[in-house]
Design a protein around this ligand. Structure first.
Ligand SMILES: Cc1cc2nc3c(=O)[nH]c(=O)nc-3n(C[C@H](O)[C@H](O)[C@H](O)COP(=O)(O)OP(=O)(O)OC[C@H]3O[C@@H](n4cnc5c(N)ncnc54)[C@H](O)[C@@H]3O)c2cc1C
Length: 305
C-alpha cells in the first residue's frame, strides 16, 4: 500500500492525471473487479517517464493497461498504480519517409488504427477488426485472428523501461513473439509501435475490415461484457470445442455464464464478480482435464488480490 507521502508526491508529479481508489470494472471489458489503488493517465512521454522513474525508485507496483479487454481483475483490487496511455501517446505519428509505415501511440484503439489504415489505403492489419483493444495491449498480447498475428506487421516498438528510459526495440533482433505473448522485460511500458503495411487499392482495406467484422460477429458472442477467449487454443484443438464437448455450455456461476454461442467465452450477464468467472474457469479446466487429460492454459491475464 502506498503511504500519504507517496500519494502526495505522485499528485505533485501527475496532477489531475492521477486518481485514487478507482473501480476497475470501469476499465475492463468484463466489467468486474475491485479498485486500483491509483490510476494514472499518461498524456505525454515526459510525464510518463517522470512517474515511472518515481514509482520505480519507490518500488511501488504498477502495470500498463489498455482497454482492459484481456484482463480479469480480482474482486479485492490492485495495489499500486495502473497506467493508461492517452493524449499524444494515443495518436498516429508520422515517422519513416516511406509511405507504408505507421507509427502508432500505444494508447490508440485498434478501431482508430484501422480507420486510419482504411482512409490511407494501408493493408495488413484488417484481421484485427472487432478486437476491442489498444495498440499497446495488442502488441503485448500478440493479438491475432483468422490465422494472422499482429507480430507479422510490427517492425519496432518504443518502450519506457522501469528506470524511465525510452528504448527502441527492433522486431527482427530484439523481440520474441509467440502465441498471444510478447516477451517483455518486467516493468516495460510500450509507448509506440511501428507497423509496416502494404499499399492497397482504394476501398480495398475498408471492404476487408467489414468482411472480418461480419465473420467475427457471426462466430462470437458480442452482446455481454467479456474478455474474448478465456483459454489459449491448443495446437490441433480449440479450447472452445473441448469445453463444449465437456457439456459446459450455458453453465452459470453467480452473474457469469459459459457462452452458448462460443464455449471459450465467459460472459458477465449482470452483476458478476471476478470470483464467479474464476470459478467457471476452474470448473472448465478441471472437467476438460478429467475427460481428455488436456490442461487448458489461460489466455486472459488475471491480476489483483
Ligand atoms: C469481444 C472480444 C473479442 C476479442 N477477440 C480477440 C481476438 O480475436 N484475438 C485476440 O488476440 N484477442 C481478442 N480479444 C482479447 C483482447 O481484445 C486482445 O488481447 C487485445 O489485444 C488486448 O488489448 P487491451 O488494450 O485491451 O489490453 P489489456 O487487456 O488492457 O492488457 C492486456 C495485457 O497487455 C498489457 N499491456 C497493455 N498495454 C500495454 C502497454 N502499453 N505496454 C505494456 N503492456 C501493456 C497489460 O498489462 C496486460 O498484461 C477479444 C476481447 C473481447 C472482449
Amino acid at each position: 500500500m502506498m503511504d500519504t507521502r507517496q500519494k502526495e508526491e505522485l499528485i505533485g508529479l501527475a496532477g489531475k492525471n492521477i486518481r485514487f481508489h478507482c473501480p476497475m470494472a470501469e476499465h475492463t471489458t468484463f466489467s468486474v473487479g475491485g479498485k486500483a489503488e491509483a490510476l494514472y493517465e499518461a498524456c505525454d512521454m515526459e510525464g510518463l517517464k517522470r512517474v515511472l522513474a518515481y514509482i520505480g525508485k519507490e518500488r511501488i507496483p504498477y502495470m500498463a493497461l489498455g482497454r482492459g479487454s484481456n484482463i480479469l481483475v480480482k474482486d479485492d483490487g490492485l495495489e499500486g498504480v495502473v497506467i493508461l496511455l492517452g493524449g499524444s501517446l494515443s495518436r498516429i505519428e508520422k515517422s519513416e519517409s516511406d509511405e507504408i509505415s505507421v507509427l502508432a501511440g500505444a494508447g490508440l484503439s485498434l478501431a482508430d488504427l484501422l480507420s486510419y489504415c482504411s482512409r490511407s489505403g494501408l493493408g495488413g492489419l484488417e484481421f484485427l477488426s472487432g478486437i476491442p483493444g489498444t495498440v499497446g495491449g495488442a502488441v503485448a498480447m500478440n493479438a491475432g485472428a483468422f490465422g494472422e498475428e499482429i507480430a507479422a506487421r510490427v517492425r519496432k516498438i518504443h518502450i519506457i523501461d522501469k528506470q524511465g528510459n525510452l528504448v527502441v526495440k527492433d522486431r527482427s533482433s530484439e523481440l520474441k513473439f509467440s502465441y498471444r505473448k510478447l516477451d517483455l522485460e518486467k516493468g516495460s511500458v510500450i509507448v509506440r509501435a511501428l507497423f509496416r503495411l502494404t499499399r492497397e487499392a482504394e476501398g480495398a482495406v475498408g471492404r476487408k475490415i467489414l468482411y472480418y467484422l461480419k465473420r467475427k460477429k457471426e462466430s462470437q458472442p458480442l452482446g455481454y461484457p467479456s474478455a474474448g477467449s478465456v483459454f489459449k487454443n491448443r495446437q490441433g484443438d480449440y479450447a472452445g470445442r473441448l469445453i463444449e464437448k465437456a457439456g459446459l455450455k450455458g453453465t452459470k456461476m453467480g452473474g457469469a455464464v459459459i457462452s452458448e454461442k462460443h464455449a471459450n467465452y465467459i460472459l458477465n450477464t449482470g452483476g458478476a464478480k471476478a470470483k464467479d468467472i474464476l470459478d467457471l474457469m476452474y470448473l472448465a479446466q478441471e472437467t476438460v482435464k478429467k475427460e481428455t487429460g488436456i490442461q487448458l492454459e489461460t489466455e486472459i491475464r488475471i491480476v489483483g488480490k
